[in-house]
Design a protein around this ligand. Structure first.
Ligand SMILES: [Fe+2]
Length: 220
């Protein structure tokens, strides 16, 4: 009798576990759909190619690859918000504890202090939740009052602001302020820097073309 009850309880747990996983996958799919929508509207052929890749991505067999930072970094991510936010932020918050967040020094190219001021998670890429050797994209967080010095890299890049605001400078052009809904595009090897002031920045970034880090250079 006890064994039968134990078996029934296990079955119920596994049933609810499966429902939970299905819901999480559905939220992830919503995130990919919203990203596709963002890049389809970008005035750039690489944005549109990225959108097409996302629309064709198979999310049915994805597995979340949580790491030891997932819970603590997602707490930080969820503690920052702004009055106006893109719907993608709300979706990401629902599964942020499952995502592989990290802080990167771009394989030794950035100093330790700057590394601590940014948190990111990659959703598409060579080592990511959705595999791609051509595209890399994810969610990026930068703390308030942080200057990310000038750098350039072979990959073509676009940042799309989802929450907060930031300031961007490309080559010798005048610095521009970026708000929710704005695209900041960097052609391959264009020098760019950015900073936050009193607010944080949450953005999605995408890379295409040569997405390796070999040609990444910064100018402190
Ligand atoms: Fe960049």
């Amino acid at each position: 009798m006890l064994n039968l009850m134990r078996k029934k309880t296990l079955k119920i747990h596994s049933f609810f576990g499966r429902i939970k996983k299905m819901k999480e996958k559905k939220i992830f799919q919503n995130c990919i759909g919203l990203l596709a929508d963002i890049y389809a509207k970008e005035d750039n052929i690489e944005g549109k190619n990225t959108a097409n890749f996302l629309l064709g991505a198979d999310c049915s067999s994805i597995n979340f690859t949580e790491n030891h930072n997932s819970k603590s970094y997602s707490k930080i991510f969820n503690s920052y918000s702004s009055k106006e936010e893109h719907p993608l932020v709300q979706e990401v918050r629902k599964i942020s504890h499952l995502l592989p967040w990290y802080q990167s020094d771009c394989e030794g190219r950035l100093d330790e202090e700057l590394k601590k001021q940014m948190i990111m998670t990659e959703l598409v890429g060579p080592n990511s939740i959705i595999y791609s050797s051509q595209y890399e994209l994810g969610i990026y967080f930068q703390f308030p009052n942080v200057s990310y010095y000038s750098r350039r890299h072979p990959a073509e890049e676009t940042f799309f602001t989802l929450s907060g605001k930031s300031f961007w400078k490309i080559e010798e052009k005048k610095e521009v302020e970026s708000f929710v809904g704005d695209y900041i595009h960097h052609p391959s090897m264009a020098s760019h820097s950015n900073r936050t002031s009193d607010e944080h920045l949450i953005a999605c970034w995408r890379w295409s073309g040569d997405i390796s880090l070999e040609g990444y250079k910064n100018f402190k």
